[in-house]
Design a protein around this ligand. Structure first.
Ligand SMILES: CCCCCCCC/C=C\CCCCCCCC(=O)SCCNC(=O)CCNC(=O)[C@H](O)C(C)(C)COP(=O)(O)OP(=O)(O)OC[C@H]1O[C@@H](n2cnc3c(N)ncnc32)[C@H](O)[C@@H]1OP(=O)(O)O
Length: 201
């Protein structure tokens, strides 16, 4: 079997992240463009050619979490944090010493629900990942059992700050809370129960 280079995380990141970023720009421009139909048709042909080239070799199914030889996880297809997923903003989750987490993310036209505002499902997606990340412990995966989201005020598109922390553990269950805020205050709050599935460490 071919030896995997130790720095394959950095290598993969250098190769694929710029492509993902370009596709993110393409998504934004696709939504907001006002060019004429000839240009749209021309771009469509270019995009189709790009998709054809990339499809010459594909993993058989979804990306999953691939691991480098030194054990670093690459959840690069993930819908919200995926480095190779153009529909992911992506969310970069930072962890404090006490295990709580936070993120700052810029959310544009691709995440719109009510005009000019963040789609509620996207808020829930961000909070699911944030609360899940703080509930998750190494070698103790915790699935979202229940996520309750309260939308207090419409969140304008743009810069959003999120935070989450664990409030208690009860056997296989971990209870976490979190919120999304921006310059206008706290917009969305969430609480969740994360369950370590039966039969897992
Ligand atoms: C995700 C793991 C990944 C690990 C990978 C490593 C990298 C991680 C890096 C970074 C963190 C990432 C963070 C991820 C963020 C995103 C998370 C998601 O979106 S997860 C997808 C959506 N969620 C599902 O698809 C679950 C589907 N449901 C199930 O699989 C089961 O129903 C499960 C595991 C939730 C429970 O099944 P049972 O058979 O293990 O549990 P029973 O024995 O029935 O119950 C145990 C206890 O839990 C409570 N419970 C069960 N289900 C519950 C629920 N849905 N809500 C609340 N409590 C529940 C029960 O009442 C019971 O409590 P009593 O011990 O009696 O006090």
């Amino acid at each position: 079997m071919e030896e995997r280079p130790v720095d394959e995380f950095d290598y993969g990141r250098a190769v694929y992240e710029p492509l993902t970023q370009s596709v993110r720009q393409l998504i934004d421009a696709t939504i907001r463009t006002e060019v004429g139909e000839d240009t749209v048709a021309k771009v469509q042909a270019l995009v189709d050619e790009g998709a054809r080239l990339l499809s010459e070799r594909l993993v058989p199914e979804s990306f999953g979490v691939q691991y480098t030889r030194d054990g670093r996880g690459m959840p690069w297809g993930n819908a919200i944090i995926g480095l190779r997923n153009p529909i992911a903003p992506p969310l970069v989750i930072e962890r404090n010493r006490d295990g709580s987490v936070w993120c700052d993310v810029e959310l544009g036209a691709a995440y719109e629900g009510p005009p000019g505002c963040l789609h509620g499902g996207i808020s829930a997606l961000i909070l699911d990942q944030l609360l899940g990340a703080t509930a998750h412990r190494p070698a103790q995966p915790a699935f979202t059992g229940t996520l309750t989201v309260r939308y207090q005020r419409p969140t304008r598109l743009g810069r959003v700050h999120g935070e989450a922390r664990v409030v208690r553990h009860d056997g296989v269950k971990t209870y976490a809370v979190g919120h999304l805020e921006n310059g206008e205050g706290i917009m969305v709050v969430a609480e969740g129960v994360f369950v370590r599935p039966a039969g897992r460490a």
